[in-house]
Write a protein that binds this ligand. Structure first.
Ligand SMILES: Cc1cc2nc3c(=O)[nH]c(=O)nc-3n(C[C@H](O)[C@H](O)[C@H](O)COP(=O)(O)O)c2cc1C
Length: 171
């Protein structure tokens, strides 16, 4: 498990190669087998393959440009009426997306939507909701462009473990 965790990097450049539907489904399974508060499972996804919609998503935040270059973009939405812990559940979902994508030989990157503004100055969540017809009660937490990596920055290294950040028995 630690081997996949070290291999996982944020990937922002992709080969011009489609992603198999089975692999997308494995990644979505990895989310749906994740823990969630009170087992509410508040996440839903929009899987975007349409080039015009991906172009629009690339303008959803100032740091989303590469979304248009990915074969697929997963949009992570959570129902804030279903769970008070929607944000924690979304964070775990994002981690599972990253790890199963890595396990499948794919790459992805969390693009923050919640709390940002689009390149045209609208609230990023509302921008994505309008574009994709997402109901208002869903928070749009992040975008995950997904594809085969065309560049890789290298694995995480053991010296990134910082023992000084760990407090045993007392701070
Ligand atoms: C909550 C969160 C928000 C992030 N937002 C963005 C983003 O908007 N755009 C982006 O390119 N990367 C984003 N990242 C990726 C981080 O920059 C990346 O995880 C960090 O630099 C460490 O690199 P690594 O993921 O390759 O280990 C985000 C990551 C997290 C966890």
């Amino acid at each position: 498990m630690l081997a996949v965790i070290k291999k996982r990097r944020s990937i922002r450049e992709f080969l011009d190669k489609p992603v198999e539907k089975e692999k997308i489904e494995e990644i979505l399974k990895a989310v749906m087998f994740a823990p969630s508060a009170v087992h509410r499972r508040p996440w839903e996804f929009v899987v975007v393959e349409d080039p015009e919609k991906k172009e629009a998503l690339a303008r959803a935040t100032p740091w989303a440009d590469f979304a248009s270059k990915a074969p697929v973009v997963l949009v992570l939405c959570v129902d804030e009426e279903l769970s008070r812990e929607w944000l924690e559940d979304a964070a775990i979902a994002g981690a599972h997306i990253y790890l199963e994508a890595t396990n499948q030989g794919l790459g992805t990157c969390w693009i923050q939507v919640r709390g940002h503004q689009s390149q045209t100055g609208e609230d990023s969540e509302e921008f994505v909701r309008q574009l994709l017809g997402i109901p208002a009660k869903f928070r749009v937490v992040a975008l995950f462009p997904l594809g085969y990596p065309s560049s890789y920055p290298g694995e995480h290294q053991d010296d990134e473990y910082s023992p000084e950040k760990v407090h045993w028995d007392q701070w």
